[in-house]
Unconditional design. Structure first.
Length: 485
């Protein structure tokens, strides 16, 4: 015997089946179309509310709206009554309306704490200061709940607590992101390499730079560029101290050992000198050979500058010739113009094939998107949470520069992308700073005009693979070099 509920479910599926026959649509497509028409508008409203921070300004009402949406969707998947589903979706709208009202009331008194929260997120406080950030987040939620309960004074009190915690979390995160690696290297130099015994001067240089950086951040937390530069110097000195310490520990305190060390250093200088076609002599010490190598490098830099100037002149000459060619092409017959278009397309297709061969599959993939070409860089590496280009990526960027030279008439867009791990706002900022770092590197090493190249960041908004797997996330963390026609 059928129950009433079973009969209703049967009628729903019978109706869907009838519609299926009348429209000749596959069942999955029919169900998907029905789902989209029922849920898309409400789903978009929830997303819009999140974008306007309604979820954090009125968490109770927004939470109820989200719960009703989830229950409606679950009922739909189980074949529930359409009337009940629509009733729940109406409740979603009711709760969202109330949430918007509360959010408008909360924005003015909560403006300082919202600003402090954004700054903490930009500093990646959830990663570098999770305890303080969680305390701030809880205090902010309590403030929002008090606003919803009509307790404005209590809400202001909790908001001030949250603002203070967000500020503390931001400072700790800034210090952690800038000083964390340098602190670790200093500690390793002491404990593992015993640098305090074997390289105390270099170690002290590192410690002094650390202290100076921390003092700078305590007085001006947003002096990030200066502080980062000092922290990187501190990290270098710590690594230098560890290296010197390991060298000195391996030496025997006897003349032949020191002679061997000196000969090894001379050999290193000789290897560098060989690259600039110079044969050094060390009978008067290493100073003169080093000065000669520096002079040779200065000459090479000057040659590079002259070559770039010559290249620019040739580019201008080519441009002039191309303008003359364009003027002549306007006079030729349509057939000849059509033939030239085919010829140019053939040349461009050949250039594209050569571009594909330039990169290995681990370095990049080359994609045509309309008339634009995308060089999707997987092999470029950055430290976690930072935009510093590591030396192992220089070779790949040299190939990118060759690709840019091969397409001299195209503008360049450097796009930064991340996976979906972490905060969305932070990922957007990180992707932009990494794109800017690559842009600055290309400008510095190619001497191209800044008008020709731009940087933009998309954060996690444009994935090319699933963020649910490690491999997918690795593909999504990328730099795209777009050659725009």
């Amino acid at each position: 015997m059928f129950s009433v509920k079973s009969l209703k479910v049967t009628l729903v599926f019978f109706t869907l089946f009838t519609l299926l026959i009348s429209t000749n649509l596959p069942l999955a497509q029919q169900e998907s179309s029905t789902e989209e028409s029922i849920f898309s508008g409400v789903r978009d409203e929830l997303a819009k509310a999140r974008n306007q921070q309604v979820d954090i300004l009125s968490p109770k009402n927004f939470g109820k709206a989200s719960d009703e949406y989830s229950l409606a969707y679950e009922k739909f998947k189980k074949g529930g009554e359409l009337k009940e589903i629509k009733s729940r979706l109406e409740k979603v709208k009711t709760y969202l309306t109330e949430a918007y009202k509360i959010a408008e009331v909360a924005r003015v008194p909560f403006a300082p704490v919202l600003q402090a929260r954004e700054k903490a997120l930009k500093a990646n406080a959830p990663e570098f200061a999770p305890d303080l950030y969680d305390l701030a987040k809880k205090a902010f939620e309590e403030a929002a709940l008090r606003i919803e309960a009509g307790d404005l004074n209590g809400a202001r009190e909790k908001a001030k607590m949250a603002e203070a915690k967000f500020n503390q979390a931001e400072l700790k995160a800034i210090k952690g992101s800038i000083l964390g690696e340098a602190r670790r290297l200093v500690e390793e130099a002491k404990t593992k390499a015993k640098a305090d015994k074997y390289a105390p001067v270099t170690l002290k240089n590192s410690e002094d730079l650390l202290a100076l950086t921390e003092q700078l951040l305590n007085t001006e937390r947003y002096a990030a560029e200066d502080a980062t530069s000092k922290a990187e110097q501190a990290a270098y000195q710590a690594r230098h101290a560890a290296y010197l310490s390991s060298k000195f520990q391996n030496l025997k305190i006897e003349y032949p050992s020191f002679e061997k060390l000196a000969l090894q250093e001379e050999d290193l200088i000789s290897r560098v000198a060989k690259e600039v076609d110079y044969s050094p002599e060390f009978d008067q010490g290493p100073e003169k050979p080093v000065e000669s190598i520096i002079l040779a490098i200065d000459n090479l830099k000057q040659e590079k500058k002259e070559l770039l100037s010559e290249l620019q002149q040739k580019d201008e000459k080519i441009k002039g010739l191309e303008e003359k060619l364009d003027a002549l092409e306007e006079k030729v017959a349509q057939k000849e113009a059509g033939y030239k278009e085919l010829e140019l397309k053939s040349i461009e297709d050949e250039d594209f094939v050569n571009l594909e061969k330039l990169f290995s599959k681990d370095e990049a993939s080359v994609i045509k998107e309309g008339e634009n070409i995308i060089i999707r860089l997987y092999g470029i590496n950055f430290p976690s949470g930072k935009s510093t280009i590591l030396p192992e990526s220089f070779g790949l960027l040299s190939k990118v520069q060759k690709a840019i030279r091969d397409f001299p008439d195209r503008k360049i867009i450097i796009e930064g992308h991340t996976d979906s791990m972490g905060d969305e706002t932070y990922n957007m900022q990180l992707s932009l700073t990494r794109a800017k770092a690559v842009t600055a590197y290309i400008i510095a090493n190619m001497g191209i005009s800044e008008d020709r190249i731009t940087a933009t960041g998309y954060g996690e908004s444009r994935p090319i693979a699933s963020n649910d797997t490690k491999e997918g996330r690795q593909q999504n963390r990328r730099i795209d070099v777009v050659l725009v026609k």
